[in-house]
Design a protein around this ligand. Structure first.
Ligand code: BES
Ligand code: MN
Ligand code: MN
Length: 458
């Protein structure tokens, strides 16, 4: 089978493929903000309609939260099946004033598209749709059966997709799950990700006096929740970046020598870290390199911290309340539920007297590791090599894609994380971007993936 018709088609249709992506990006599908519920639904319908027009059988599945989209091509027994996953929801956009152009009015500058969702994940997910379009519109016979399961609650931790995957393993049966929601290693180096971190996200609330008090009248006589939250946070980690929660590291798979060497051979430079983050230098757990910390060591970080008065000028009070949100990024084989329990017990144990402590366990995610030696992984490597013109390297990621663990346990097939973003795409931040070259190469990679996944190519 020649790929020429497909590749020619993709070349000729580049501009339209960009315009259509922009149309999708204009829909503000922020899943965590309820005033955007209708927009979020519109983003689901947008991709569902397009897949239906391509001739797929499509279902928009209503849930208690945002809809799921399931779609499939004709399923033939003599072909392998690829299940594509992605998410059409996006993160909130604040702080809005730090955006150079409005988040839902895509702008293209120097071959880069700027918009919320450009890289995470509409732009990446759309590569799957456009690759499929190229086969169907050129009348090229599809070498595999294709299925899509697309969700709208990835960014807000909604439960719909877990329930669905666990309830429909037969419907979603496949030979591999393909996901594009991660990044290349750098601008010149395509990558396949084989491990994602998990997550335990906690909130601590402290209550002290019944109301804010005059800090002169009552200071020094009762516990101050603002001071208390600082004492607690200060005991989460020591000065070497080591997490102090008892049992926290018990289930951590150590980075073995082979992996250490593999990481080292990528020659990660801390200047890149400084440039990508705006930080003055690296910081983290002593005894580990930046990549080891980023990819293979668990973390514990304050995400938000509040108490008392932070407005203009001085206001002399002892605050009544204080709190913190803390994320712990987990690595195989840590379990988010176990870690959440250890966290709660520790916080209650170290909390100073005079404050009432409540700990909330927000959504979590299991860490995942996928085998690097499957036949399908080989196919993914070849597809990416053809799409990007360079053999990919193996990477891990510090981020989480919560459903991946459920795909592994329910479908029992390899999960391929073929990422087309860049580590500095500003996902979840102002000025999110997606490089058009990576978009086009991503579409080509997916188009090759359909072919490389067939038996005749192993
Ligand atoms: N696409 C990201 C995951 C990701 C982040 C992959 C960085 C590679 C690099 C995903 O959309 C995401 O943001 N996940 C959340 C999950 C959380 C809300 C449970 C995350 O990691 O914070
Ligand atoms: Mn994502
Ligand atoms: Mn995200």
């Amino acid at each position: 089978m020649s790929m020429d018709p497909i590749l020619n088609y993709l070349d000729k249709n580049r501009d339209r493929h960009v315009e259509q992506l922009c149309d999708w990006l204009r829909i503000p599908s922020i899943s965590s903000v309820s005033e955007h519920n209708e927009d979020t639904k519109r983003a689901a319908v947008f991709v569902a309609d397009e897949l239906r027009e391509l001739g797929l059988h499509v279902e928009v599945i209503e849930t208690e939260g945002h809809p799921l989209v399931y779609a499939e091509t004709e399923q033939r027994d003599d072909r392998r099946t690829l299940l594509f996953y992605g998410h059409y929801d996006v993160q909130p956009v604040d702080p809005l004033d730090l955006w150079d152009s409005p988040p839902f009015e895509p702008v293209i500058k120097d071959g880069i598209i700027y918009a919320r969702g450009g890289s995470d994940d509409k732009g990446q997910l759309y590569t799957h749709v456009k690759a499929l379009e190229a086969y169907l519109k050129t009348g090229t016979e599809l070498p595999v059966n294709v299925k899509f399961i697309i969700e709208g609650e990835e960014e807000c931790g909604g439960p719909a997709i877990y329930k669905y995957v666990e309830a429909h393993p037969d419907k979603l049966a496949c030979d591999a799950v393909v996901i594009s929601d991660t990044s290349l290693y750098d601008e010149d180096t395509p990558a396949i990700c084989y491990s994602l971190k998990g997550l335990a996200y906690m909130e601590i609330n402290l209550r002290g006096p019944g109301a804010d008090l005059h800090s002169g009248s009552f200071g020094g006589t009762v516990q101050n929740p603002g001071n208390a939250i600082c004492e607690i946070v200060a005991k989460l980690k020591d000065e070497h970046g080591v997490v102090l929660i008892p049992g926290f590291y018990d289930d951590v798979l150590p980075v073995d020598d082979t992996e250490k060497e593999a990481f080292a051979s990528l020659n990660y430079r801390d200047e890149v870290l400084c440039k990508d983050t705006g930080a003055s230098g690296p910081f983290g757990e002593k005894g580990y390199t930046t990549l080891e910390r980023m990819w293979a060591r668990p973390t514990c970080d304050v995400n938000g911290l509040w108490s008392g008065y932070s407005g203009e000028g001085a206001k002399t009070i002892i605050p009544s309340l204080a709190g913190a949100k803390v994320s712990m990024r987990l690595v195989p084989n840590q379990d988010p539920k176990t870690i959440a329990k250890l966290f709660e017990a520790y916080v209650k144990d170290i909390a100073p007297e005079g404050v009432e402590v409540t700990v909330i366990d927000h959504h979590g995610a299991n860490p995942v590791m996928v085998p690097r030696d499957s036949e399908m992984m080989e196919a993914g490597m070849r597809a990416m090599e053809k799409g990007f013109g360079k053999r990919p390297v193996f990477i891990r990621e510090g981020g989480s894609i919560p459903i991946v663990g459920t795909f592994q346990s329910s479908l029992k097939q390899p999960v391929l994380l073929l990422g087309y973003g860049l580590p500095n795409d500003n996902i979840h931040s102002p000025n999110e971007k997606f490089h058009l070259e990576n978009y086009f190469n991503g579409i080509k990679t997916t188009a090759w993936m359909f072919r490389e996944a067939t038996r005749s190519h192993v």
